[in-house]
Design a protein around this ligand. Structure first.
Ligand SMILES: [Zn+2]
Ligand SMILES: [Zn+2]
Length: 330
């Protein structure tokens, strides 16, 4: 907390010091600045085009609830004002610890009702026939040690794509923030995996067959500011930490980035910007077309760089492929 006058309006008392820009902001100016960042990010990166049907992935976690709030408060502004359809949806991962996120379902439904938005909840198993928990346990039984976060992430992405396909959505909006994308850059560097930059940026998967592009309007906002926005806007925050989080490589990076940020308040912006530049250079030089062979999964037909995709690989290794194929047919 800072006791000075807001550097934007020069009237009210400042309550948040934005170290990355040196601004001291009062509540109102802080709220306004977050909303401006959101809409500016959508406009500058051309995330939404006339006639788009947008799926908005709201898990019930803090970031996604803030995204929903920012969305409803900007519905009348272009380009949001000219989308054809907005479908807000929640993917229920059916894990014990994600149950509390589902307590948010009634809150999400209430917000959607108030603004006349469609809202649906899908379970992972109703879409792909198996749950992350089952696959995790079967893999463990057979001696394969796969991170729960990996399974969860792979399935969630597949389920989102499947929902978009069934509902005829042209894009999916997700709540990835600046911290998430800064971590992604470092992860790609640490695993020496330059190919992953194909999937990096404010809009991803635009020209990939069978894949519904993702747009990330929060990726220019620091996670801390999202939390502060949630607090001042009275957005319910009841987050329990995922029990698998300590095995997630992102967990360590969180602390590393916080440490680096103390010395350079712009470090996350710089890392993400570096990732964006690298990604565009690689795209312009047609690196991915030359180096990454993208074919179709021989089981499900989705784009993949191997013979079968990661989703099918996990389900096959767990011995549950028939249930997946059955769900796919229906
Ligand atoms: Zn102010
Ligand atoms: Zn597949």
């Amino acid at each position: 907390m800072v006791s000075s006058v807001c550097t934007r309006c020069h009237r009210r008392e400042a309550f948040y010091l934005r170290e990355s820009s040196g601004e001291a902001l009062c509540r109102q100016c802080f709220i306004k600045s977050i909303e401006e960042k959101f809409i500016r990010n959508i406009r500058e990166n051309d995330m939404i085009k006339y006639g788009d049907s947008i799926g908005v992935a709201v898990s019930g976690g803090k970031d996604s609830l803030v995204m929903l709030k920012l969305l409803v408060r900007n519905l009348r502004k272009p380009p949001l004002s000219y989308v054809r359809r907005i479908l807000v949806f929640t993917v229920d991962e059916e894990l014990e610890y994600t149950r509390h996120k589902l307590e948010r379902v009634s809150y999400i439904r209430e917000v959607c009702d108030r603004y006349g938005l469609e809202y649906k909840v899908y379970t992972v198993s109703s879409i792909i026939g198996v749950s992350a928990q089952e696959v995790y346990e079967k893999l463990k039984e057979s001696g394969k040690n796969v991170n729960m976060c990996t399974i969860c992430g792979v399935f969630r992405r597949r389920v989102m794509n499947e929902i978009a396909r069934r509902e005829g959505l042209s894009k999916i909006m997700t709540a990835h923030n600046l911290d998430d994308d800064a971590q992604t850059v470092l992860l790609n560097v640490f695993s020496n995996d330059i190919k992953r930059f194909k999937w990096f940026g404010p809009v991803t998967g635009e020209d990939v067959e069978n894949f519904v592009p993702r747009i990330k309007p929060l990726r220019n906002i620091r996670e801390e500011e999202i939390a502060v926005y949630a607090y001042v806007m009275d957005i319910p925050m009841l987050e329990r930490e995922c029990p698998y989080v300590k095995n997630n490589p992102r967990y360590t990076l969180k602390f590393l980035l916080a440490e680096l940020e103390r010395r350079n308040p712009n470090i996350k912006y710089m890392i993400v910007s570096f990732g964006d530049s690298l990604s565009s250079i690689l795209k312009e030089s047609r690196y991915f077309e030359r180096k990454v062979r993208t074919g179709r999964c021989s089981i499900c037909g989705m784009p993949t760089t191997g013979d079968i995709c990661r989703t099918c690989e996990l389900i096959r290794d767990a011995g549950l492929l028939d249930r997946y194929l059955l769900a796919k047919r229906s």
